[in-house]
Design a protein around this ligand. Sequence first.
Ligand code: ADP
Ligand code: MG
Length: 450
Amino acid sequence: MTKEDLWQAVLAQLQLQLSPANFSTWFKSTCVLLQKEGQVTISVPNNFSKEWLENKYNKLIFRALRGLAPEVKEVLYLVERTAPKQKEPVARPLASPEPQQELQDFRADKDTHLNPRYSFDSFIVGPFNELAHAAAQAIAESPGTVYNPLFVYGGVGLGKTHLLQALGNRLVAAGSPSRVRYVSSEQFTAGVVSAIRDRTVERFRALYRESEVLMIEDVQFLAGKEKTQEELFHTFNALYENGKQVVFSSDRPPKAIPALEERLKSRFEGGMIADIGMPDYETRVAILRAKLQDKNFPLAEDVCEYIASHIQRNIREMEGAVNRLFAFWRLNDKTPSLAETKTLLRSIIQSPARAVNTKKIIQVVAEFYDLKERDLIAPSRKKEVVRPRQIAMYLFREELKSSYPFIGQRFGGKDHTTAIYACEKVARTLQESEMLFEEINLIRQRIYSG
Ligand code: ADP
Ligand code: MG
């Protein structure tokens, strides 16, 4: 069991023992930092939490830890004020941790940092991801020839990383091409920054340009980073002209990435664009079954149905749910009933009606288009806010059934006819534009998932 799984299992147990309010107050922002030589170090957000956990909950935590990992002798609590973004807040998304993605040259299997867990074999294919899957398969067969570049996009937790790493693993296993490079956008950006600082730009370029396959994840994070975009543009051209394969992933289509240079956008769009949508019910059941089988975990049919019908937008959350129930099974020696499942999963499965409100829609739309919330709701006519604002208005209407006068009011004190116009325009464009349809789906996914 990894330390993250261990901590998840402890949380699952604590959640059964504490009131929801206490659980959420004291444990929501914790995560595990280290497990070493009988010591487990837990990150807490402030001194107050630290004292509280040490004095009030230490026994409970320790007992739960010992029950799962008898080698644990001591629990330490460490205050981390600047909770880094990449650390998952434990109680919510409940995921297996992101694989360590380091800048690495994957010449040989042993030093590859691709996570071997991610393979084509464990990737379930359904209508929602079959295009992206087929493209990755084709590239595995003959990189650099068929779909170049491949641009895969889709919402959080829907399999982009799994697919890219499966491709990387397959290529590494085949041994040819030998230089497969897999990095996150943050790593690429950090590389550019330190190359500039250390005056090693030439070396940085050479390093990347010797890749035979280059994969860069989550390129939406390159928004606004001009120097990095420029390097990427030239790196891309150098590789492309030499017939090397390039693969990108993103949470949205190239067109919807704000502050991205036109020339880079057109490179991203120059090959194959494949989206990963939302899995349908049957595929969700199939994925769930595969995960259960993997763990030899006999979960009752009604429980499976409950999970598959309530966790719709994020496969990682589905895995989180399975892990939590799995921990219950191991601790109690009985599989959870439907009622127990509902309790165990209540922090993952929330009713959408509760999660969404006007503030949320404004916040998500502004963030999605990299705008300030205040610009989105102000009466400005700036070109870059007009379309996002219309989409926000449309979502008010669709998701909240807001009245037109209310929508107009909320967006800069406009007349209800402006609201009607905006909603109808978006609805009309949706009829013709699959792109817009997907874009709005991605926004919806964020509205309901966070
Ligand atoms: P993303 O990179 O799109 O945020 P990930 O690739 O990290 O998503 O997927 C989240 C989790 O869901 C991973 O543990 C992954 O193995 C699992 N997963 C995603 N898609 C599939 C699939 N089609 N079949 C099986 N597991 C999947
Ligand atoms: Mg990912």
